[in-house]
Design a protein around this ligand. Sequence first.
Ligand SMILES: *Cc1c(COP(=O)(O)O)cnc(C)c1O
Length: 368
Amino acid sequence: MLLFTPGPTPTPEILRQAMATPTLHHRTKEFESYFAFCRENLTKMLQMPEVLMLACSGSGAMEASVLTFCKKPLCINSGKFGERFGKIAKAHNIDFVELKNSWDTAPSANDIEDILKQDDKIDSICIQVCESAGGLRHNVEKIAKMAKEINKDIIVIADAITAIGVEPLDTSNIDVLIGGSQKAFMLPPGMAILGLSKRAVEIIENRDVGFYFNLKSELKNQRKNTTAYTSPTTIIIGLAKYFEIANLNMIYKETKARSIATKEALGSLGLKIYPKNPAIAMTTIFNENSPDIRKLLKEKYSLNLAGGQDSLKDSIFRINNMGIIPIYEVLWVVNALELALDELNIRKFEGIANKVFLDKYYGEINRD
Ligand SMILES: *Cc1c(COP(=O)(O)O)cnc(C)c1O
């Protein structure tokens, strides 16, 4: 079965082998050297002065961030994950403002600017770089810059779980950048990452909140290459291997080319891309036959694609584009989709998806 869901993504053999080595105790020099190597590579990758690794899924880092940095956040809700920020605030009795959007539409920087100008109690913005519910890309860079111009002390929390390792990110106006092990890093679920700005570090040092998600005690420990509680040792060893083998510029280039080519290939089959501003991380197709298409792909072509959530449950399907993906696997995905459309009497098979994909993909790869 080919796993093509936008998280978890498949773990390549070389990372699985690294994680198959005997368990290391987390309070040892051997493990600390893996931890230090990951810290160094993450800060370089995110271009942020400090980073934390937490043993939890991505939502744990979202909760830790809201708890530590927000007294009155503006939560941008353009889907399931944006909605989660508001739910976390509510669970902790933190007052919040929500900007709710249709899942295919990104709010403009102006929409957000108006809200910030109306309410000077807002001290933080919580937003997804890519809102994975619909595969929508927010213009986080522009929004963060605008927000800092209005209020230089505002804290910008960007959930980049489906953006880190996908594309180079401009983090110059971002204070907290959230990542997770199971998306573009291609590791098992269970570890979250927090990239931190200088100001975020200052706040952490002055706000001693929470217990398991107490970032002050994590920061104190992680600066010494250890963690407050047991580290997710196996995942960190996998991450060290990722940094050993990954050529990030190459990954960004191939991911972008794959994303463009997949979207074009599916477009050539008459399939409709759902979001108005699609992210690179995944291809989201709006189609009323989504459940039948997914069922056929799984049963006949051994291909696991993701459906939608909530009201989009049966009307979209999502194809992963994160990580290091062999080109022949993506070719199989677009080809199997074309075959499935024929079998469901939606469109006659002509072998066009593969051709369009290859033309576009190598056009992008061979450019300059
Ligand atoms: C996957 C994902 C998360 C994290 O979800 P967990 O299930 O807690 O790992 C958060 N935000 C976005 C945008 C995601 O895609």
